[in-house]
Design a binder for this molecule. Structure first.
Ligand SMILES: Cc1cc2nc3c(=O)[nH]c(=O)nc-3n(C[C@H](O)[C@H](O)[C@H](O)COP(=O)(O)O)c2cc1C
Length: 150
């Protein structure tokens, strides 16, 4: 399967998880590509400077950090502008500093879910990694495991 991992990452955490997912999916025989969302500015003023195209992919994994207890504004803006996702398998994961899902992660997953639904796809599965948690490595393993069934 041709899989795109579409990542927004400011400080590299989300990207590092995406690279682990890429490696696992590549080892499972898939064609995998990481593409970066790039942005300038903050909050409602954010401007997307690089918006990966989802059309080539059979499966798409969206990945983003949490910012201000919410989906990063850049990811939100990017998702509002993507083309149709109908017929694609769509997944997502987010990373956040704080240790509880309710400190941004749950809300962000809902936001990604709603954005993808508007584009014709339901998220098949999702994951959250808590960067400050002692369980971080285990959480990353769980995220990598989410995509084994692709
Ligand atoms: C502006 C800003 C706001 C943030 N807000 C939150 C937050 O509300 N909850 C949280 O758990 N982490 C928050 N974080 C931490 C990031 O979500 C976390 O460090 C994430 O792993 C960064 O991913 P990245 O390295 O891919 O950018 C925030 C970080 C930044 C820069």
């Amino acid at each position: 399967m041709n899989i795109g991992i579409i990542v927004y990452s400011q400080t590299g955490n989300t990207l590092s998880v995406a690279e682990r997912v890429e490696k696992a999916l590549g080892e499972a025989g898939h064609t995998v590509r990481i593409e970066r969302v790039e942005a300038e500015g903050e909050g409602p003023e954010v401007r997307i400077t690089s918006a990966p195209d989802v059309t080539p992919y059979d499966a798409v994994i969206f990945a983003s950090p949490i910012q201000a207890f919410s989906l990063a504004a850049a990811t939100k803006k990017y998702l509002s502008g993507i083309s149709d996702l109908s017929g694609k398998k769509v997944y997502c994961f987010v990373t956040q500093h704080l240790k509880k899902d309710w400190m941004g992660g749950n809300r962000a997953i809902k936001q990604i879910r709603a954005a993808c639904r508007k584009k014709g796809a339901d998220i098949i599965s999702n994951g959250i990694v808590h960067w400050s948690s002692d369980l971080r490595e285990k959480q990353i393993d769980v995220v990598v495991g989410l995509f084994r069934a692709i």
